[in-house]
Ligand binder design. Structure first.
Ligand code: PLP
Length: 399
């Protein structure tokens, strides 16, 4: 449990606890710490809600443990559009969000002492689930100077005979990076050389901006064992329904034991939430309302531009422009602000401005020099928040 305390520290740690305590006293806290679209006015498409309503009477029983045929067929067709090789209906599993499938996958894959490469910064559930499964998360660096792309030499330097797999998060939370084809090809090359399974978390794949094309790494690795994760929480703004999926592709011959394990774990949880599965086909087909958000004039696009510019205008703060998702991961000049402890910084900001952010350490980032902002709130709220941040950093010196 002490291991767990470490990896999940920021989910239930002192900064979030302090924010909850302040709220309990009646103070209003601006939460820029969680990627949950609905409270910020991003509505689930009407057609999705209507279709769930209509199908609800038919969703009372358990489904096949992998999921409804109609849901998996729609996911299969999506996989075809993303050029994933060697996908079969049996290799598609639905889950109560990608979260459940990350846990299931790492439990099936990792034996005690097995190593798994995970990005730093990461989405911390990956590190937590690897640890829970008895594995050893080994963090590789994503390089801010290279628009937060994975550092291939760093990845290679961390591979040992115990390394089983590499995780990539593309598009990335918390940096907003989208990896170009050359980087993905280099990762595939490393995985091929060292016989690693590739696990790719692509939950933000439909939230790319500025014309960046999302490429599924599995499409470049027909000869390797790959698992691609996605879902509707972000692209369709329905995080609360709990629906995600994973797709096995590429070389299945060497996945026998793994498939045995995930089938067993999938059966043990009986099935994922059936009403949410029933709207996958509606959500994935036809007109994609999310596109409106990420094009010029759209909320996510305009809010991204504003926050990026406002942060970079603050003396001592620099940020790489996010290309996707709804997060930005700015850097603080630790000398200027005398910052040695990013948790203390997060607490100081919370106390002074009642703004809750997540410190870089919450994403397994080693230095105390970053934090993440969720830029989902409406422009008016963001304007106030950025003015407050500018004011805070004008005088902040950590004592
Ligand atoms: N993967 C990444 C990179 C995420 O940012 C999140 C949620 O923030 C998840 C997975 C979990 O998503 P879900 O709602 O499908 O469980």
């Amino acid at each position: 449990s002490s291991k767990l305390d470490n990896v999940l520290y920021d989910v239930r740690g002192p900064v979030a606890d302090e924010a909850a305590r302040m709220e309990g006293e009646g103070l209003r806290i601006l939460k820029l710490n969680i990627g949950n679209p609905a409270p910020f006015g991003f509505r689930t498409p009407d057609e999705v809600v209507q279709d769930m309503r209509q199908q609800l009477p038919d969703c009372e029983g358990y489904s096949d443990s992998r999921g409804l045929f109609s849901a998996r067929k729609a996911i299969m067709q999506y996989a075809q559009l993303k050029h994933l090789p060697n996908v079969t209906m049996d290799g598609i599993y639905t889950g109560n969000g990608v979260s459940e499938l990350i846990q299931l996958t790492l439990n099936a894959l990792l034996d005690n002492g097995d190593e798994i490469l995970i990005p730093s910064p990461d989405y911390p559930l990956w590190t937590a689930c690897a640890t829970l499964a008895g594995g050893i998360p080994v963090h590789y660096i994503c390089d801010e100077q290279a628009e937060w792309c994975p550092d291939i030499a760093d990845i290679e330097s961390r591979i040992t005979p115990a390394t089983k797999a590499i995780v990539i998060i593309n598009p990335n939370n918390p940096t907003g990076a989208v990896y170009p084809r050359e980087i993905l090809e280099q990762i595939v090359e490393v995985a091929r050389k060292h016989q690693l399974m590739i696990l790719s978390d692509e939950i933000y794949d439909r939230l790319c901006m500025d014309g960046y094309e999302h490429i599924s790494i599995a499409s470049l690795a027909p000869d390797l064992p790959c698992v691609t994760f996605s879902g509707l929480s972000k692209s369709h703004m329905i995080a609360g329904y709990r629906i995600g999926w994973m797709i096995l592709s590429g070389n299945k011959r060497c996945m026998g034991d793994f498939i045995y394990g995930i089938n067993m774990l999938s059966n043990m949880r009986l099935c994922s939430n059936v009403p949410a599965q029933s709207i996958v086909q509606t959500a994935l087909g036809g007109y994609q309302s999310v596109e409106r958000y990420v094009e010029p004039g759209g909320r996510v696009y305009e809010q991204r531009n504003y926050v990026y510019e406002a942060l970079n205008a603050i003396d001592g703060i620099t940020a790489v422009k996010p290309k996707a998702a709804f997060y930005i991961f700015p850097k603080m000049d630790v000398k200027k602000f005398n910052i040695t402890d990013d948790e203390q910084f997060a607490l100081d900001l919370l106390h002074e401005k009642r703004i809750l952010i997540t410190r870089g350490g919450g994403f397994n980032w080693g230095a105390p020099d970053h934090f993440r902002i969720v830029y989902l709130p409406r422009m008016g709220v963001l304007r106030e928040a950025m003015a407050d941040l500018a004011d805070f950093f004008e005088h902040y010196r950590q004592s």
